[in-house]
Write a protein that binds this ligand. Structure first.
Ligand SMILES: O=C(O)C1=C[C@@H](OP(=O)(O)O)[C@@H](O)[C@H](O)C1
Ligand SMILES: C=C(OP(=O)(O)O)C(=O)O
Length: 411
């Protein structure tokens, strides 16, 4: 899709769909506890795939590219006593790790076998009752493994104690899981490296009472509009975002204020935020950021910084290699096309030099929605082509419509 050089139409308001991460947790919990009414569910393809899987009677479930769904379903299916499931996904899903989660579940008593390569999907899962209630798991590859265990914890007879080993990656996603559990009346304790989920039955506060849950809008999706506001130096309004979020990616507020001079003004009653760039702002000489807590918005930051010629050094990104694509490599390749020579290591990306980009830019998207959406705002600087633009549907099916709504082509 060709994005011609455009300008922002200031002060428009966009409504972003519900958080994909919160929605996916609620769908699993609702299936386990049957007491949540979910409003503003994410319209992402990943959430749709998870919902279809949970509603399906089929033994074979294909979850395509949806990593969170893959990991959450593995634990969920493992406790469906007497049922058998084949859980598979896209070619990329068959390269994304799951071994530490499978090891932990097997330790607890699960019956899971690898159908192709050891350590990777597809999986054959025969649902069983678990005998044990304590498990140890490395925490540096994916927080989704740990959230997956936490989600089923209260369903086990004696609850679940999860001992985390090593550096915890994507920690705000674990906090999100716990806060959602608390909202539906499940108790937990997190002390140092041990998370304890108490069994459902032990909490007299939890009853069969129906709990309404309104999903706040998706902060990772909001990142692309922060990028546009920063580059264009004009205002965008977004809904439905509250001042206190369950999502770690709401750190965008601080990042875009500190490095790009974009103010976030919350209008509580309407759950609206205005992204309001300061006209006079002292830009930093270099952006130095550890993004171990918020890996999904790393691509956005790199492109905003490149568009604004601000050098960057971003660390804490080891998990980017095992997402929808190797995001570090994809970033390095495509940043070059928009005028940034970047160096990558196993867990970082650093800009080395900016230069004037060519006239005909075509960005490859590597089956990664975030590659398409993070590069799109560069059309405020130069026209560019985004290859396979449909990839956005994984998290944000309305992206191009919303994008079009706030931009006007320059002649
Ligand atoms: O739990 C979640 O909803 C997610 C956790 C993160 O994954 P990792 O923990 O694998 O970094 C994040 O990148 C992903 O998009 C969503
Ligand atoms: C990494 C992501 O998703 P998942 O791991 O659920 O595929 C993402 O949405 O950026």
């Amino acid at each position: 899709m060709l994005l011609e050089k455009s300008k922002l139409i200031g002060n428009k308001t966009l409504e972003i769909s519900g958080s994909k991460s919160i929605s996916n947790r609620l769908l699993i919990l609702n299936k386990l506890f049957e007491n949540i009414i979910i409003e503003n569910l994410s319209n992402s393809e990943d959430t749709q795939l998870l919902q279809n899987a949970l509603d399906s009677n089929s033994e074979i479930i294909d979850i395509h590219h949806a990593g969170t769904a893959m990991r959450f379903l593995t634990s969920y299916y493992a406790i469906q006593e007497g049922k058998t499931f084949i859980l598979t996904g896209s070619d990329r899903m068959k390269q994304r790790p799951i071994q530490y989660l499978v090891d932990a579940l097997r330790d607890l008593g699960a019956d899971i076998t690898y159908l192709e390569n050891e350590g990777f999907p597809p999986l054959k899962i025969m649902g069983k009752k678990f005998e044990k209630s304590s498990v140890t798991i490395p925490a540096h590859i994916s927080s989704q493994f740990i959230s997956s265990l936490m989600l089923i914890g209260a369903k086990l007879e004696n609850g679940l104690e999860i001992n985390l080993v090593g550096k915890v990656t994507s920690k705000p996603y674990l906090e999100m899981t716990l806060k959602i559990l608390r909202t539906i009346g499940i108790s937990y304790q997190w002390e140092e490296n041990t998370i304890q989920i108490f069994p459902d039955m032990q909490n007299p506060m939890r009853s069969s009472q129906i709990i309404p849950f309104v999903v706040e809008s998706d902060w990772s999706s909001a990142s692309y509009f922060y990028s546009i506001a920063a580059i264009a130096r004009d205002t965008i309004n977004l809904r439905y975002f509250k001042p206190y979020s369950l999502q770690g990616d709401s750190i965008l507020r601080e990042i875009y204020w500190k490095y790009f001079g974009v103010n976030t003004i919350s209008e509580g009653a309407e759950s609206r935020i205005s992204l309001f760039p300061e006209y006079y702002f002292n830009y930093p000489e270099k952006i130095i950021l550890d993004m171990n807590d918020c890996p999904d918005i790393a691509q956005t930051i790199c492109i905003t910084a490149t568009a604004m010629n601000i050098p960057f050094e971003i660390t804490g990104l080891s998990t980017l290699k095992v997402k929808e694509t190797d995001r570090l490599l994809a970033l390095k390749n495509e940043l070059f096309k928009i005028g940034c020579i970047a160096e990558i290591t196993d867990d970082s990306i650093t800009s080395q030099k900016f230069f004037e980009a060519n006239e005909s830019i075509s960005i490859a998207t590597y089956n990664d929605h975030r590659m398409a959406m993070s590069f799109a705002p560069f059309c405020l600087i130069k026209s560019l082509n985004i290859e396979n633009e449909d990839v956005v549907k994984k998290s944000y099916p309305d992206f191009w419509e919303d994008f079009d709504n706030i931009l006007e082509k320059l002649d």
